[in-house]
Every structure is written in C-alpha cells, then in structure tokens.
Ligand binder design. Structure first.
Ligand SMILES: CC(C)(COP(=O)(O)OP(=O)(O)OC[C@H]1O[C@@H](n2cnc3c(N)ncnc32)[C@H](O)[C@@H]1OP(=O)(O)O)[C@@H](O)C(=O)NCCC(=O)NCCS
Length: 149
C-alpha cells in the first residue's frame, strides 16, 4: 500500500540523490530554501519504504499577492517504482496539503521530458525555455490549486 506524509529534509535529499542527481556529491542535493519556514517536504511510502519525494517552497513576492505562490521542486520517484501512479498521487497529496487554507499558485521548472507528466496533472506550459547549467533544458509550468471541499 502506498501512503503519503510530510518528511524531513534529509529524507528528501536522499531521494534526490538516488533519482535526480545520481553519482553527484550528496551536497548538491540540498537546495536553497530547503530549511525555510514556508518549505514543506512530502514523501511517498510503499510498505514503509520511502519511494518518492517532492518539495513545495513558499515564495515571498512583492509583485503577486493575490494567492500564496509555491515553487514545486525535486519531484522524484525511484526508477523501479515509476509509472505506477506514485508521482501523480504524491503531487496531488502535496497540492492538497498546501491549498487546504485556500487557493495557491504553484510553479516549477520542468525538465523537457517531464513536461507531458505535468500537463497530465493540470500544469500549464509557459513557452519560455530555461537552460539550467549541468542539468539542461527546462520549461516553466504553473497551476492554480483551490481548496477542496
Ligand atoms: C516524473 C516522475 C516524478 C513521475 O512519477 P511516476 O510515478 O513515474 O509517474 P506516474 O506513474 O504517476 O505517471 C502518471 C502518468 O504520467 C506519465 N509519465 C510519467 N513520467 C513521464 C515522463 N517522464 N514523460 C512522459 N510521461 C510520463 C505516465 O506514463 C502516466 O501516464 P498515463 O496516466 O497516461 O499512463 C518520475 O518519473 C521521476 O521521478 N522521474 C525522474 C525524475 C524527474 O524527472 N523528475 C521531474 C523533474 S522536473
């Protein structure tokens, strides 16, 4: 059975290292903002084993004050567990958690090959291409999530 809950930064870092930054120093798996008060980390567990993680970072902005703005980052599911709907369900769990008090806007840098995944999960594509050094081409994607009744 797959379950979802909030997790600690060290667990997220382990998952990023195993999925997103294989072979790179573990220090590269700590992201700026990981320890900020508004940052939440979420994990997916299969029979109590951590198999996926995602981070939502609340970003302060002076230009957009209608809804809280979160940056989604580090979405990762262990290679051998991918394509079992774990990523989709983990993302939904995290979205529901951060929108429980009201509508939020979520944005992310999506790796090109992950764009179809985000589209299927309701994210819209910003046409701008962003090339992140050592990682490659990304697109900015975004979504508004409203509190579920
Ligand atoms: C992207 C990722 C988190 C998706 O998690 P997942 O558990 O494999 O995805 P799910 O099983 O929930 O996917 C559901 C749907 O998305 C599709 N999908 C998943 N990964 C995809 C990909 N890389 N490209 C295109 N479609 C993808 C699945 O085919 C499935 O489609 P369907 O419902 O029409 O059959 C996972 O593949 C992963 O960790 N990839 C490596 C890290 C990564 O790229 N992270 C995103 C960084 S921006």
């Amino acid at each position: 059975m797959v379950t979802f809950k909030q997790i600690k930064v060290d667990d997220v870092v382990e998952m990023r290292h195993r999925v997103l930054k294989i072979g790179q120093p573990v220090e590269t798996c700590y992201f700026e903002g990981d320890l900020d008060e508004g940052t939440k980390h979420f994990g997916a567990f299969l029979n109590n084993e951590l198999v996926g993680a995602v981070t939502m970072m609340l970003k302060n902005t002076n230009t957009y004050k209608v809804h809280p703005v979160y940056r989604l980052t580090g979405l990762s599911v262990l290679a051998e567990k991918q394509n079992n709907n774990i990523g989709r369900r983990l993302l939904h769990f995290a979205e529901e958690y951060i929108s429980r008090k009201g509508t939020v806007m979520i944005w992310c840098f999506a790796r090109d090959y992950a764009v179809p995944f985000y589209k299927k999960n309701g994210y819209q594509l910003n046409v701008q291409q962003v090339v992140i050094p050592h990682i490659g081409s990304h697109r900015i994607m975004f979504k508004f999530v409203s509190k579920e009744d």
